[in-house]
Ligand binder design. Structure first.
Ligand code: GDP
Ligand code: MG
Length: 163
């Protein structure tokens, strides 16, 4: 089986945008069920001859009546159970939140390799955009713009280094 790379993070940080960018998928996949359109969860990807399966955990069903942080935690736990590498996505536009810190703690405790992806950076001349994320204790945040594909090659280099 191919190694599994899971994308984890709060809603709206850009997980699905990154998933689509890394896999070259269209924005949404139409399910077989009529009238149902939603993001696909698993898709194979390849970089520099290394193949892996990417997972968008935002699509993993969580209990809808759970508080938001519990849903994100549940999705992250499920990802940890199967992933070889975790891409933890944070949002430089909203900045660091308490939910980010809670998920970061879970990821740190797992001991699994984590790449801290600081998304929505469209201005690479401004280091202050990513600075606060050092506090998560997950190493250097890697600035990217999933929507514009900026620095995504560097991200993929880091991913395949960990496989
Ligand atoms: P998810 O809930 O984590 O899967 O987030 P989505 O991928 O659905 O993205 C949430 C919102 O952030 C959408 O409006 C995206 O267009 C926007 N977004 C995603 N990536 C970027 C980015 O790199 N830059 C900017 N400016 N917006 C982004
Ligand atoms: Mg999503």
């Amino acid at each position: 089986p191919k190694p599994v790379v899971a994308i984890v993070g709060r809603p709206n940080v850009g997980k699905s945008t990154l998933f689509n960018r890394l896999t070259g998928a269209r924005v949404a996949i139409v399910e077989d069920t009529p009238g149902v359109t939603r993001d696909r969860l698993y898709r194979d990807a390849e970089w520099r001859g290394r193949q892996f399966t990417l997972v968008d955990t935002g699509g993993i069903a969580a209990r809808p009546d759970d508080p938001l942080v519990a849903q994100v935690r549940r999705q992250a736990e499920q990802a940890l159970a199967e992933a070889d590498v975790i891409l933890f996505v944070v949002d430089t536009r909203t900045g660091l939140t308490a939910d980010d810190e809670e998920v970061a703690e879970l990821l740190r405790r797992s001991g699994r390799p984590v790449i801290l992806v600081a998304n929505k950076v469209e201005d690479f001349s401004d280091p202050s955009l990513t600075h606060e994320f050092y506090r998560l204790g997950l190493g250097d945040p890697l600035p990217v713009s999933a929507i514009h594909g900026l620095n995504v090659g560097d991200l993929l280099d880091r991913v395949v280094d960990l496989l």
